[in-house]
Design a protein. Structure first.
Length: 208
């Protein structure tokens, strides 16, 4: 009796998925591992592949850095102005005055513009000294215009003394501040009218 040959077993075929014929099978020995869509690709925010074009690049919604003053540039009040005499900064827009009284005649001078701390101080000292020895020789100058000019220059001086001096190498030739006003001999000419007024007051009190 002859035994019929055993049937040749056919390899088991993976059933096709319904819909997309090119889709990868999800189960069975032919299933491919799926990538984790929530896995981070970089070690830290800002690293390449972490949603930014390169290390340290700003992410979505980041505000780019704003431009600020350069290193060593003057900063603070008056930093946007340049002195009219030396070109240094910072500077402040200020006016200094001088007055001269000549009996019945008078003259007024003023110098305006942005000035640095050094040049402004030099202008104030020069024009104040000029007023102290030339500003008393008329009645209106003695009691009105000269005191007003001296007070005005003191207020303007306070503006320039609040500034920092210009940085070395940033400016040109500056106005020489010279000696302080109280060390200038011409400033003490103002004592003449002051002593005269005191003498007249004393005379009036004596005669009364």
């Amino acid at each position: 009796m002859t035994t019929p040959p055993a049937p040749n077993p056919q390899p088991q075929q993976q059933p096709h998925l319904q819909g997309n014929p090119y889709a990868q099978p999800q189960d069975g020995p032919y299933a491919q591992p799926q990538a984790n869509p929530y896995a981070q690709q970089g070690g830290h925010p800002g690293a390449p592949g972490y949603g930014a074009p390169g290390y340290g690049a700003p992410g979505y919604g980041a505000v780019p850095p704003q431009a600020g003053p350069q290193w060593g540039a003057p900063y603070g009040p008056g930093a946007h102005l340049s002195c009219k005499f030396c070109g240094g900064a910072p500077a402040v827009d200020v006016t200094f005055r001088a007055h001269r009284g000549l009996l019945i005649l008078m003259s007024f001078q003023k110098l305006s513009g942005p000035m640095c701390a050094t040049c402004g101080l030099g202008i104030q000292r020069a024009m104040t000294t000029q007023t102290l020895w030339q500003g008393w020789w008329s009645p209106f100058s003695l009691f009105l215009f000269t005191p007003f000019t001296l007070v005005w220059n003191l207020i303007a001086r306070g503006k320039v003394t609040k500034l920092q001096p210009p940085q070395p190498g940033q400016h040109g030739p500056q106005v020489d501040p010279g000696e302080p006003v109280h060390r200038r001999g011409l400033a003490y000419v103002a004592l003449v009218p002051v002593l005269w007024i005191c003498f007249m007051i004393a005379q009036g009190l004596t005669q009364s």
